[in-house]
Design a protein around this ligand. Structure first.
Ligand SMILES: C=C1C[C@]23C[C@@]1(O)CC[C@H]2[C@@]12CC[C@H](O)[C@@](C)(C(=O)O1)[C@H]2[C@@H]3C(=O)O
Ligand code: AKG
Ligand code: FE2
Length: 337
């Protein structure tokens, strides 16, 4: 199933056709967007597991959350709120530039500014974004002004430290011989980090029609883990093991961790990468910042023997991160890999 763009609740008096007309009139370029009716009302995931890094037992709690949901929230991370707010303010300043100016920066290919088009295969969402390759080469960020760049780099540095802590606790919880195994894999030289700023703008008309838009269609993240921080605007949903969707209450002071496909493979399917999506209700803009931690392109990814029980067979064949990423980027949101 491909990315639905406009989702309307059952109680909506508008027919799909008239809603479609509304969207098409608003923007003829969106003509070909598939429209799905009636997303089921979504329960609130009020029991999202919280791992407090400053508490004893964090390693075990973290592994339990990965087993149960492939998703959890981090508290007690020590990253100052000002750092997050600074980047949020800089990002909003950028996203409020005139459209023509934003488009002049650098079109997403995949890195740069993108608007509504996600990835290379025709997916569309109610989102604009900036996508960055994490690199020590400062020329990668030259289209941003100095204060934006410095807010971005400070934030990324803190999130890298957080990732190290989380990944080492995870290795400890899994009783890996080498506590640094995961952190070395995605924080070492040549590792493939991606950073993303997503802005889901307001769309006040939506409330009137009891509709929501697909901001970012359902998918799993291909990397090892992703670390996400958003403002206090709702929208993120995850899929539970029974296939039901739940809304994650936003929490601008915490970070959320997604288990990605690579970690699923390394644990031979014990941890499952979490399917997630963003539905925008249009009443309040959502802004999110996500760091995706990928291995170096030539790194071989296969189930870790020390995590396999006696007689347990490998569920995945070995591939390099570069091979997997290439394959993943041929898929569309909503596809199963
Ligand atoms: C539709 C797509 C967008 C994506 C590349 C892909 O073909 C499938 C994976 C998508 C994803 C999801 C997580 C990250 O946001 C992302 C940058 C990534 O590494 O994989 C995106 C890709 C993208 O936006 O280019
Ligand atoms: O913006 C969000 O909250 C999540 C976006 C996401 O899943 C992604 O960019 O991969
Ligand atoms: Fe994602």
């Amino acid at each position: 199933m491909h990315t639905p763009f406009l989702l309307c609740s059952t109680s909506n008096a508008w027919s799909t056709a008239s809603v479609s007309a509304m969207v098409v009139l608003a923007n003829p370029a969106l003509d070909a967007i598939p429209i799905l009716s009636s997303p089921k009302p979504c329960a609130c995931f009020s029991t999202v597991p919280v791992v407090d890094l400053s508490m004893p037992g964090a390693a075990e709690a973290l592994v339990r959350a990965c087993d149960d949901f492939g998703f959890f929230k981090i508290a007690g991370h020590g990253i100052p709120m000002e750092l997050m707010q600074k980047l949020e303010a800089e990002a909003l300043r950028f996203f409020h530039f005139p459209q023509a100016d934003k488009e002049k920066t650098r079109p997403a290919d995949p890195f740069g500014y993108g608007n509504k088009q996600i990835g290379p295969n025709g997916d569309i969402g109610w989102v604009e974004y900036l996508l960055f390759a994490v690199t020590a080469d400062p020329s990668a960020y030259t289209y941003m002004d100095c204060s934006f760049r410095s807010a971005l780099l400070d934030f990324m540095l803190s999130v890298r430290k957080l990732a190290r802590e989380v990944l080492e606790l995870m290795a400890e919880g899994l009783k890996l011989e080498k506590r640094e195994f995961f952190s070395n894999l995605v924080l070492g030289d040549g590792s493939d980090g991606i950073f993303r700023l997503n802005h889901y703008p307001k769309f006040p008309l939506l409330e009137k029609f009891n509709c929501s838009l697909t901001g970012f269609g359902e998918h799993t993240d291909p990397q090892l883990i992703s670390i996400l921080r958003s403002n206090n605007s709702a929208g993120l949903q995850i899929s539970l093991r029974d296939g039901s969707w739940v809304s994650v209450p936003p929490d601008s002071e915490s970070f959320f961790i997604n288990v990605g496909d690579t970690l699923q493979v390394l644990t031979n399917g014990r941890f499952k990468s979490v399917r997630h999506r963003v539905l925008a209700n249009g009443s309040k803009p959502r802004i999110s910042m996500i760091y995706f931690f990928g291995a170096a392109p030539t790194e071989k990814i296969a189930p870790l023997e020390e995590l396999m029980g006696e007689g347990e067979r490998s569920k995945y064949r070995e591939f390099t991160w570069s091979e997997y990423k290439k394959g993943a980027y041929k898929t569309r949101l909503g596809d199963y890999r």
